[in-house]
Write a protein that binds this ligand. Structure first.
Ligand code: PLP
Ligand code: COI
Length: 342
């Protein structure tokens, strides 16, 4: 088998159909044994719960080629756990974490020719998702579900790769204090679409959402958690029960403390602090975003500029980035259990 003829270094963050996907169906109270298929289409009744009441949750993870040519994935057990939590919150049956891990490995292996080569700057993005599939018209959960995983080779999420971006403070809210912001449900992204289109039209790469109860605290962006570096060189990251528990952010907290000796502070962060210059560096972190440096936050025309500037990643975030990607790409030894070989 040979790698596909794709110009890996030119890839953006888009969908390219790959050879195989994994499908398992839930019916009569149980999941079937699941299988790989060539069929990239789904035929559903018009009244399927996913169409009427958006009963769908998803995950995002990546497969990497290491320098010595192995294919690996990163902490996919945490994605499996998070998907269980997401499913419970939307009254969906859990797809067991162990089966999730096995299904991801099977799907990546079946699409090994689409895993971009080491050093190309691209990776294979893996999208597990699950939805209510039978007709439902009264507001209630479905009885039947499909769990599916497809893959697509991707390049950087933000144009320009690791060049600092400018983000805006959104006038819209992303999630409510006792809502669904802490799970990976499609509904959180549906309601962010108008906000992201608005931000892009205005020339910004992303939105920073404030907490919807008081609009005084920093939450996260539409597709990534946020990290700051303070004037003492500590990594500071928002604590909130209405943001997604990012696998990347949780990993960076360990990388900072255990690999780099950087103190990590996980606490509520007010927007006032950010405006007052408490932080010298800022980055967005997530599977898709990796760590994307933020050079400037635009608050209704007022610019909050970080000392790291608009030309390159700041020095502390650079260390975090190099260590995290080093672990993911097999250059640096990972903590036990973080890497899954395909
Ligand atoms: N926050 C949101 C809203 C996201 O969509 C994502 C992407 O998955 C993240 C944070 C980052 O999470 P992770 O690091 O697990 O990919
Ligand atoms: C991911 O990072 O995997 C996500 O799901 C974020 C999405 C905005 C692409």
């Amino acid at each position: 088998m040979a790698k596909k003829d794709i110009d890996w270094s030119q890839l953006g963050f888009g969908y390219i159909k790959t050879d195989k996907r994994y499908v398992s169906n839930f019916k009569d109270g149980k999941w079937d044994s699941g299988a790989l298929t060539d069929d990239d289409t789904i035929a559903l009744n018009e009244c399927a719960c996913v169409f009427q009441y958006a009963q769908t949750v998803f995950e995002g993870l990546k497969a990497y080629t290491t320098e010595d040519g192995r294919i690996v994935t990163f902490r996919i057990d945490l994605n499996g756990e998070r998907m269980e939590e997401s499913a419970k919150r939307l009254e969906m049956p859990e797809f067991p974490k162990d089966r999730f891990v096995d299904a991801v490995i099977q799907t990546v292996r079946a699409n090994a020719d689409f895993v971009p080569p080491f050093g190309s700057g691209a990776t294979l993005y893996v999208r597990p998702f699950m939805f209510g599939s039978n007709p439902v018209i009264g507001v209630k959960p479905a009885d039947e579900y499909q769990f599916r995983i497809f893959t697509t080779p991707v390049g950087p999420y933000f144009k320009g790769g690791v060049k600092p971006i400018t983000v805006k403070i959104s006038d819209f809210d992303r999630s409510a204090p006792r809502g669904t912001g802490d799970i990976k449900a499609g509904l959180n992204y549906a309601m962010s679409l108008h906000a992201i289109v608005t931000a892009h039209k205005e020339g910004f790469a992303e939105n920073i959402y404030l907490d919807s109860a008081t609009r005084t605290k920093i939450e996260e962006t539409g597709g990534a958690n946020i990290i700051f570096i303070d004037t003492d060189g500590n990594m500071v990251t928002p604590l909130s029960n209405s943001i997604l528990p990012s696998v990347t952010r949780r990993s960076l907290m360990t990388v900072a403390e255990d690999y780099l000796g950087i103190k990590v502070i996980h606490r509520e962060i007010t927007f006032e602090e950010v405006k007052s210059g408490a932080f010298t560096e800022c980055g967005l972190c997530g599977t898709a975003a990796v760590i994307s440096p933020v050079g400037c936050i635009n608050d209704h025309g007022n610019e909050i500029r970080f000392a790291s500037g608009m030309d390159q990643m700041g020095p502390v975030i650079t260390k975090l980035y190099d260590t995290l990607t080093g672990i993911q790409m097999g250059r640096i030894e990972a903590p036990k259990g973080w890497i899954f070989e395909i």
